[in-house]
Write a protein that binds this ligand. Structure first.
Ligand code: SF4
Length: 332
C-alpha cells in the first residue's frame, strides 16, 4: 500500500463531507485520485467568483463534487438567468454553454472543451431552418435547445424534452415544425392534436436503445421498472413504464422509490441518481455520450485557472436566439 503525500491528505480532509454523499458510487481509491482536483476547483471557484453548472450526464465526481447547480437543460437555462457569479463554467456540452451566455450576457461563460458537441446540434444548420421556413410558410418553428445559437436565431421558440408538449400547445396553432430531434417530435406528436413536421436529427446515445433491450431487461431483472428518455425511438418509449426528461426521471425515482429500475439514458445519470437513492437497485446498461465525457475534473481545473475557453456569440445572432429561449422560459 502506498503512502499518501501531504497535499493529497489535506485534500482528502477538505473533501471528506462531499465524499459522504457519493461513497455508494465512488470507491475510496478513486476518490483519493479525485480529491486534489476537487479541492483545488472548489477553491478556484471562490477566488474567481465562479459557479459550475453541471448537466445530469456528468460523472459523479463532477456532479456531486464540484457543481453548484445540477440539472437538465431546462433547469440549467433557468439557473443561468439568475446566476450572480462573474464566471459561469458549463460542465456540459457547447450548446448549453451558449444558452447560458444568451441568458446571462454579462457573465463570462467558459467551457473546458470546445469540442464537447452534440449529434442533435450538428444535425441542422441555420440555412436548413431558413429553407424549412420557405417550404412551410407561416408554420411556427419550435427548436429543441440542443441546437446552436445560429439555429435558435432562425426559430420562433425553443423547447426542452421537459416542456416540449407544453411549448407546442402554447402556440395555439394546428401545425408546427419541430426540430431537430425526429424521435422527440414523434413522441410529442402522440400526446397532442397539433400536427408536427419533424427533422431527421437523432441523439447518438438514445437512438441505440431498442424495444428488444427492454424485453431483455425485464426478463433478466424481474420486477424492474423501465424509465425512458423521449429522445429514444417511439417504440422504446411505448414499451417503457414511464417516459420523461432527465429531471422528470429523477423526480419519478424519488417519489416512487422503486425497488429496481433501469434508466434508458446516458449512463452517468444512474450513478448520480443512485447516490441520492441508496435503497433502489439500478440496472445499468452503459450508453456513454462521448461529448459529455470530454468534460473532466482536469480540464475544469485548467479552465478555471486560465479562464478558457470563453464562449461568445455575435450580437445579431444572440439577440434573436435569446428571444426564442426567453419565449420558451415564459411558457408556464
Ligand atoms: S446525450 Fe445525446 S443529446 Fe445529449 S449531448 Fe450527448 S449526443 Fe447530444
Amino acid at each position: 500500500m502506498g503512502v499518501l503525500d501531504l497535499k493529497t491528505t489535506k485534500a482528502l480532509q477538505n473533501t471528506a463531507s462531499i465524499y459522504e454523499r457519493v461513497k455508494s458510487v465512488i470507491p475510496p481509491m478513486e476518490w483519493t485520485a479525485f480529491a486534489e482536483d476537487i479541492d483545488a476547483i472548489n477553491q478556484l471557484k471562490q477566488q474567481k467568483n465562479a459557479i459550475i453548472l453541471a448537466h445530469n450526464y456528468q460523472t459523479p465526481e463532477i456532479f456531486h463534487g464540484v457543481a453548484d447547480i445540477q440539472g437538465d437543460s431546462l433547469a440549467l437555462a433557468r439557473e443561468a438567468v439568475n446566476a450572480k457569479a462573474d464566471v459561469i463554467l458549463m460542465a456540459g456540452v457547447h450548446f448549453m454553454a451558449e444558452t447560458a451566455k444568451l441568458l446571462n450576457p454579462k457573465a463570462k461563460v467558459i467551457i473546458p472543451d470546445t469540442k464537447a458537441g452534440c449529434s442533435l446540434a450538428e444535425s441542422i444548420t441555420a440555412d436548413d431552418v431558413k429553407l424549412l421556413r420557405k417550404t412551410y410558410p407561416g408554420v411556427p418553428i419550435v427548436t429543441y435547445v440542443n441546437t446552436s445559437a445560429a439555429v435558435k436565431a432562425e426559430s420562433d421558440i425553443c423547447c426542452t424534452s421537459g416542456n416540449a408538449k407544453k411549448v407546442v400547445e402554447s402556440l395555439g396553432v394546428p401545425e408546427v415544425i419541430m426540430l431537430p430531434d425526429e424521435y422527440l417530435a414523434q413522441n410529442v406528436a402522440k400526446e397532442t392534436s397539433v400536427k408536427i413536421i419533424a427533422w431527421k436529427g437523432h441523439c447518438e446515445v438514445h437512438e441505440r436503445f431498442t424495444a428488444n433491450d427492454i424485453e431483455l431487461f425485464r426478463k433478466q431483472n424481474p420486477g424492474v421498472i423501465v424509465l425512458a428518455h423521449p429522445e429514444c425511438p417511439p417504440e422504446v418509449v411505448e414499451a417503457a413504464d414511464f417516459a420523461g426528461s432527465t429531471a422528470h426521471m429523477i423526480d419519478w425515482v424519488g417519489e416512487h422509490k422503486p425497488k429496481r429500475v433501469v434508466l434508458l439514458t446516458e449512463c452517468s445519470m444512474s450513478d448520480n441518481v443512485a447516490a441520492s437513492n441508496p435503497a433502489t437497485e439500478f440496472v445499468r446498461p452503459c450508453q456513454l455520450c462521448p461529448h459529455m465525457k470530454r468534460i473532466t475534473l482536469g480540464n475544469i481545473r485548467h479552465a478555471l485557472e486560465t479562464m478558457t475557453h470563453e464562449v461568445s456569440i455575435p450580437a445579431e445572432v444572440a439577440d434573436r436566439a435569446r428571444r426564442a429561449v426567453e419565449r420558451m422560459l415564459a411558457v408556464k
